[in-house]
Design a protein. Structure first.
Lengths: 67, 132
């Protein structure tokens, strides 16, 4: 699954630590999501999208290999 | 999301109780050895087991879903590997050779086996946590 968290964070002028603090996870978790090492739950994905003020499908996108 | 059976419901402070249990185990073991020259493996393994349970199953400082997944991943490896190690120790080091193999049923205790599994799980969890 691809995501555009890094881009959206930059657009919102937000660091990983700030985003992590707002969605109540560790900075390492945000980093793992950004680098594709960890796929978040639906709940966390919605929280991230909400904090970044975009829709969830604008942040997370399925890839061909996910099917 | 709070449910009655929450994952890793012990608070972070239970780590201290876990470390306390392990220290208590070592203290009791050595004091018994110095006083009575007894090597009470059951005593130390039992208390270390409790300690490791509190350490592994308590929350981390920042306890999120990635931590839960890493702990689960560590457990899924540690349980079969730990069980395999227990089995190897029993088979090669403890069980009597033929023709007495059927006579005496002796093996590592549940405390020792669980201790091996939890040690593996903890080591693997911290490795996975550092790697990511």
């Amino acid at each position: 699954m691809k995501n555009t968290i890094k881009v959206e964070r930059a657009r919102n002028n937000m660091t990983q630590a700030e985003l992590a603090d707002k969605v109540k996870v560790s900075r390492q978790t945000i980093n793992a999501i950004e680098t594709g090492k960890f796929i978040p739950s639906t709940l966390l994905a919605f929280k991230i999208a909400h904090v970044l003020q975009v829709s969830i499908d604008a942040v997370f996108r399925l890839e061909d290999c996910d099917w | 999301m709070n449910t009655l059976l929450n994952v890793f419901s012990y608070s972070y402070r239970m780590n201290i109780i876990g470390i306390g249990c392990i220290l208590w185990g070592f203290y009791s073991f050595f004091s018994k050895y110095w006083c009575y020259q007894l090597l009470d493996i059951q005593l130390i393994s039992g208390l270390c087991c409790w300690g490791l349970i509190f350490i592994f199953f308590s929350k981390e400082k920042t306890d999120d879903e990635r931590i839960h997944q890493l702990k689960f991943q560590a457990l899924t490896w540690a349980v079969p590997v730990g069980f395999f190690i227990t089995h190897l120790i029993n088979y090669f080091l403890i069980s009597p050779q033929e023709p007495d193999s059927g006579k005496l049923i002796q093996s590592l205790s549940a405390y020792e086996s669980l201790g091996i599994i939890l040690l593996l799980a903890l080591a693997l969890f911290y490795y996975l946590k550092q790697r990511d």
